[in-house]
Design a protein around this ligand. Sequence first.
Ligand SMILES: Nc1ncnc2c1ncn2[C@@H]1O[C@H](COP(=O)(O)OP(=O)(O)OP(=O)(O)O)[C@@H](O)[C@H]1O
Length: 302
Amino acid sequence: MGLVSADPGSPGAAAAPVLEVDDVHLSFGAVKAVNGVGFTVGAGELFAVIGPNGAGKTSIFNVLSGVYRPQRGQVRLEGRSLVGLRPPAIARLGMARTFQNIELFTNLTVIDNLMLGRHQHLRYGTLAAMLWVGRARNEELRHRRRVEEIIDFLELAQWRRMPVGLLPYGVQKRVELGRALAMEPRLLLLDEPVAGMNLEETEDMARYILDIRDELGISMIMVEHDMGLVMDIADRVLVLDFGTPVAIGTPAEVQRDPEVIRAYLGGEALQEPPSDSTGETTGETTGETTADPAAAGEGAPA
Ligand SMILES: Nc1ncnc2c1ncn2[C@@H]1O[C@H](COP(=O)(O)OP(=O)(O)OP(=O)(O)O)[C@@H](O)[C@H]1O
């Protein structure tokens, strides 16, 4: 499968991290949505962020993708600072994202939605297409080949020419994942990838996420409320409570962390992954979280 050139490596390997988040603070007035969060995501790692409603998970995604500019802290993608960059610039640097509520063009076909994901790789516009027909056509063909590879990878072939709005919900979520893959990201943010899915759709999505990690070697951060899924497939998990990091480690480590049990579950143990778990863990724990109550100022769109 030749979708991306990234070396899959081993999840959470000692190589330079793809993403470094350091002591990030984001407040909305008196609400500290993100309060001293720090973590790294390794090459080919599947990293999960969990926490109760309002814990700050979406706010973190919005900081990473440039929707909000943090009042304090640093975010680096492959060593390059992202703070202050607008979302399209961050996307061009290699961060793609799916959304809690599917954001697709429902009247367009699967192919056309995926082609839109190729937009940032297009070098020739309409005028160029008229002036340099040959080159522009070659480029179009190259992008279509990429899109067809993704359609095969995500097993979307039977729906490829159908308007996305007519497709079952689980398939639409897969198309959105495909559009993010079409951007050839270095880091993929998955915002509740199985929200609203039935069991079969959830299992399918879990398999595609693992394939993206294992076959394409793309690093991912997943925010997800489905604890069974997180504990089954994530390499490491960051647990947030009221914007503050509570624990970070492998699923097994966070499940037995007394702070997590207290803060996140009010005393109940987290769900154990099934014994035939398909996920692998890194066996690595980091103590990267920081805490600083001194967040100041308003959270503002970047
Ligand atoms: N644009 C905003 N303006 C004001 N407050 C906000 C804004 N965005 C988030 N918040 C607040 O920040 C806190 C964290 O919210 P966030 O949506 O990041 O949590 P979450 O963990 O994603 O929650 P959920 O699981 O319900 O999606 C909440 O108290 C929320 O009300």
